[in-house]
Design a protein around this ligand. Structure first.
Ligand SMILES: [Zn+2]
Length: 116
């Protein structure tokens, strides 16, 4: 990936070629998830439990999704299959996000130059 600061130095044809490659390689994963994968160690409510002495329970894995200002959706990923699916979905979303950001940068630069 070309750094943003260097993109304005590239030739228009180079940008257009990069744009074509980006578009042809862009796949919409049907399982993508916009969220975070969070690992947590927790304390329980028992008075004499080991977690009170620093040996917390876990790890527990959660999917955390921001739904807007102050609104978060969070749930425990109970099975290894759920965790694997969540990680893959989050990775697919991040990959698409990066490609969209690069496409937008290229289009912005092409627009600035008056090119297509
Ligand atoms: Zn405990």
């Amino acid at each position: 990936m070309v750094k943003t600061s260097a993109r304005h130095k590239l030739a228009t044809t180079t940008l257009q070629e990069r744009k074509a490659r980006l578009l042809s390689g862009m796949q919409l994963s049907p399982d993508l998830v916009r969220a975070s994968y969070v690992r947590q160690y927790l304390t329980c409510g028992k008075k004499n439990c080991r977690c009170r002495r620093g040996f917390k329970h876990g790890p527990f894995f959660y999917l955390v999704q921001c739904l807007g200002t102050g609104r978060v959706r969070k749930f425990l990923l109970k099975t290894p299959a759920q965790r694997k699916q969540a990680r893959a979905g989050i990775a697919a979303h991040l990959k698409l996000q990066r490609r969209l950001a690069e496409l937008s940068e290229i289009n912005t630069e092409l627009l600035r130059r008056g090119a297509v």
